[in-house]
Design a protein. Sequence first.
Length: 468
Amino acid sequence: MIRKNKVQSSSQSLLDQIIWFAFLALLVVISFVNEVFSSKSWLLIACAVYFLSALTAVNIFVGGRCNWLALNKSKPALLVLLLMVLLLVAQIYVSLPSNTDWLLKIDRSQFTPDWYAPMAKWSVVPEKTRWLLASELMIFFGFCLSIALLSTRRRLKQLLFVLMLVGLFHALIAMMAKFGSLHLVDTKQLDGHFDAARAWFVNRNHFAAFMSLCMTGAMTFQIKQVLDQPKLSPSQVLLKQLSSVHLIYFSALIIAIVAIVLSQSRAAFAGLVLSIVVMLLLVGKYVFKRTSSSRLTFLIPILIVVCCSLIYFGADLIERFGSDSYLGERLAQWKLTWVAIDHSPFIGFGGNSYADVFQILRGDNEFRQVVYNQAHNDYLHIWLEQGALGLILWLALLFLVLRSSYLVLQTTRSRLVSATMLAVLISVSCALIQSMVDFNLQIINIRFYFFVIMSLAFSVPMIKHRTG
């Protein structure tokens, strides 16, 4: 009987490890997929997420490992996410009387026969909304999976290390491609800026956004190094790192910052610097409160790296900051987007409807002859498609994540938790700042990573930690 229990325990432990490392491998694969969700690649990844979720559920049912405390802590966030999914379901299946004649201009013949139109659906493009629903379901399960699986300090460090290595690899490849005058994507898809670093991302801004998220790993390890040596000055910490394997943490940060500078993305660069400074000023006191070091111990070396990178590699970025057309045609696009929002401010026009609605309103306005399927402002984009209701749900989710991280920083005695929460706050804030002028969080692989990083706000505090 004892031998049988040992065999069961060993098998269970093996299954735990298989699921966890499969999840990490999936994260690595996702970083290379930059296609639309309807592509074969994303459908396969979605199947993998659902399979891992089902396998995890079975494993938990038979007594496998799960971070139950984290799942319980994240219930409000999971409820909000579920409501966001149900809102998309309602947009697809709920019929509403059409009170805006101009919406009838949308060509719906490709979705339903002309004779079948008893009432307009909530979404003006229900077939497109279905694809958004499918992608959001995958994100929801990925978020739950990340919270449930992250149950030990070792797993946390492994996840952070994977984030760091993925970011490091993409950054190095992007820099090699730039200086080697190579393009890893079809140049026909590029909208100018051919000399910017972008790796496998068509949009250089999205490459920079992805790098900012991956910096969560290296940033956590670097902050932890500072906290572990509270009596040393910034220069002493760095000198000590030079003679140890921990040098990789600071090196990864340097390479990521240089890659962002070389991407020529003003929003990502400004968002990163602003989020680091603001978060250190707002919550840094809680991170360093039990040490003799100050927030400057971390801030000064980072700002030195940022300035040196900007001076040595940032001529194009500096030139772009000096340009008169900082927002370009975004202001005109936002103005027209607001006109559309005003037509249906509370319930919106349905997920993935932006391109259709904008096309109706643009008329003879002098916009480029391209399809505008994003608002270049995530908040306006959500408001147009899902109304004030959808925007409130999104803001509520962000509030819950930021609030959880902030409250944990005030109470935790673990240096690893403090470092992780500060890095999460910086990365999430950076992504949210960039999304004010970009659509980085609409890109599926970036969005998946964003939700994995947000999940740390709930899972990490519930892991059994030492004070170190």
